[in-house]
Ligand binder design. Sequence first.
Ligand SMILES: *[C@@H]1O[C@H](CO)[C@@H](O)[C@H](O)[C@H]1NC(C)=O
Ligand SMILES: *[C@@H]1O[C@H](CO)[C@@H](O)[C@H](O)[C@H]1NC(C)=O
Ligand SMILES: *[C@@H]1O[C@H](CO)[C@@H](O)[C@H](O)[C@H]1NC(C)=O
Ligand SMILES: *[C@@H]1O[C@H](CO)[C@@H](O)[C@H](O)[C@H]1NC(C)=O
Ligand SMILES: *[C@@H]1O[C@H](CO)[C@@H](O)[C@H](O)[C@H]1NC(C)=O
Ligand SMILES: *[C@@H]1O[C@H](CO)[C@@H](O)[C@H](O)[C@H]1NC(C)=O
Length: 496
Amino acid sequence: MAIRIITMKCFLKITFSLYSYLSIVSAFSPHDQYLINCGSGDPATTDPYRRVFNGDSESGHLVSTRASRVFNANPSSSGLYRTARAFNRPLHYVFPIKDPGTHHLVRLHFYPFNSSYYSEAQFHVLANGFLLLHNFRITESENLPVIKEFVIPVDTEKLKITFVPLDNSKFAVVNAIEVISASRDLVADLAQYVDFEKNEQISGLLKNGFETVHRVNVGGFKVTPFNDSLWRTWVPDDKYLKSSDETEKIRFGGRINYQLGGASREVGPDNVYNTARVIRSSNGTIPNTNITWVFEVEKGYSYMIRMHFCDIASVATGMLYFNVYVNDNLAYENLDLSYITNRLLASPFYADFVVDEENSGVLTVSVGPSNMSLPRTVDSILNGIEILKINNSMGSFDGEVCTEFVLRSWRRGNVGVLVPLVAVIFLLLIASVFMQRRRNWFGDSVAWSRLPVDVSEVNLKYGNQLSSGAIEDEQAATESKEEEKHQRKKNHSNSS
Ligand SMILES: *[C@@H]1O[C@H](CO)[C@@H](O)[C@H](O)[C@H]1NC(C)=O
Ligand SMILES: *[C@@H]1O[C@H](CO)[C@@H](O)[C@H](O)[C@H]1NC(C)=O
Ligand SMILES: *[C@@H]1O[C@H](CO)[C@@H](O)[C@H](O)[C@H]1NC(C)=O
Ligand SMILES: *[C@@H]1O[C@H](CO)[C@@H](O)[C@H](O)[C@H]1NC(C)=O
Ligand SMILES: *[C@@H]1O[C@H](CO)[C@@H](O)[C@H](O)[C@H]1NC(C)=O
Ligand SMILES: *[C@@H]1O[C@H](CO)[C@@H](O)[C@H](O)[C@H]1NC(C)=O
C-alpha cells in the first residue's frame, strides 16, 4: 500500500503544480436556480437568509393545481413555512434545466401545520427516476423544519419531482422546494473505496445521487446558508466527537487560499476551512491519540465520506503529517498537506472515501499522528466532514423499491374506487397479493453491488482522488455530454 500511496502523490503533485499560484476569483452563480414557496400565491417571500422564494400558484412549475389543496396554517412561523401544498393523488413539479449533465441540488422543506398532519401526511417523493423518500412521514418529536437534501445527476432538460400519497386516506405535502445546479466540481467521479481488506480507487461516482446525512464544520460554529454559495448548512462537530480530550479547536483569521485543483469555495466555504480541530504535541512528545467522530447512519447503504482539510495550524510547511482512518481502517497514511497544496498554507482540499455500512449503524472518522509526525508541531487536523448516502442499485435512497413500482402500486391500489364493491374487494385482494410478490421479488433479487472498480489507465488520466478538482471534472463532463449527444442522435435515427 505504501507504494501505491507514493504513486498517487506523484499524480497529485503534477495536477497541482500546473495550476498553482492561480487563485479562484470568480463568484459562483448557478445556471439553474428555482426557489419555490409551495401553496403560496405571493410572488416573492424572503427567507431568513435573504433568498427570494416564488409562490407556486402562478409559477408554472406545478403541473396542475386542481388535485391539490393549499394549507395556510402556520401563522407564527417564518414566511416560507406559513403555507404548504398538499396532494391527494400523484402530482408533479417540473423544472426546465439549462445545465443538463450536471448534478443538481434538490432541497425539500417540511413544516407540519397541525396535529392532523402527523397522522395523515404519508407519501413518496420521486425525482427523475430516483426515489428520494418512501413512506415518508414526520413524527412529532422531530425538529422543525425538516429539510431533506439530495444531489442528483440530471441528464435531461427537465427535472420532474413527483409527490405520491401513500394511499387514498393519506396526503402528500410540501412547504418549499429548492432546485439548484451544482458547480461542476461538487461531485467528482473518483473516490477511494476503503474497507477492512481493501483501499482502492473507484470511479463512476458521477452516475450516482447523494443524500446529505451529516454535514459538519469541525471545530467551528454553525454555517448557515447565508455564508455558503450553495446555501448549505454546516453544524458544529461537538455532538459527533467521541472524546475531546487532548484535542484543540482552532480558528484562523487570515485568508483561505483557494487554488485550482484543490477545493473550491462551492466545495467548502471559508467558514468551514478557517476552523478546525487539531492534536498538538506537548512537551516535545507526540500524543498517542486519535480524534474520532461517530456518525449514525441507516444500514444497508454505501456512503461517501468527504473530508475537508486546510492547514491553518502549522507555522511553516512540511511539518504536518498524519493518518486518516474511516471505520478504523487506514484510509490515508502520512498525509502531507503542504506537499499536496504545493507548499501553500491555508490552502483547502478534500478527499472522498466510499464505504459500505457494516451493519453497525455508525460510521467513524478518525485522524491521528503517523510515523512521520514531528514533535513540537501540530500532529493532526480536520476542518470539515460530510456523510452522504449513495443511492442503491434501484435508484432509491429509501428502501429496495424503484420509482416505477411506487407509481404502479399507487395506480393499482386506487383503481377500484368507482366500480362495485365486490369488484373492489376482488381487485384489492389481487393487487395486494401481487404487490406482496413484487416486493419479495425486489427484496430478494437486490443485493448491494460494489461500485465498478477502476482501471489503472483512468488513474493516469485523472490523477489522484484527492485533487478531484475542476480540470478533471470538466473533462468528464464534456465526455458525458458527447456521449449523450451521440445517444440522442442514435435514438433519433432509430425513431425516424
Ligand atoms: C389542520 O389544518 C387543516 C388546514 O388548515 C384543516 O383543514 C384541518 O381541519 C386541521 N385539522 C385539525 C385537527 O386541526
Ligand atoms: C456569516 O459569516 C460571518 C463571518 O464569519 C459571520 O459574522 C456572520 O454572522 C454569518 N452570517 C450568517 C447569517 O450566518
Ligand atoms: C510538561 O513538562 C512540565 C515540566 O517537565 C510538567 O510540569 C508538565 O506537567 C508537562 N505537561 C504535560 C502535559 O505533560
Ligand atoms: C487510531 O485509530 C486507528 C484506527 O482505529 C488505530 O489503529 C490506532 O491504534 C489509533 N491510535 C491510537 C493512538 O489510539
Ligand atoms: C509505522 O509504524 C508501525 C508500527 O511501528 C509499522 O507497523 C508501520 O509499518 C509503519 N509504517 C510505515 C509507513 O513505516
Ligand atoms: C444510483 O442510481 C443510478 C441511476 O439509477 C445508477 O446508475 C447507479 O448504479 C446507482 N448507484 C448504485 C451504487 O447502485
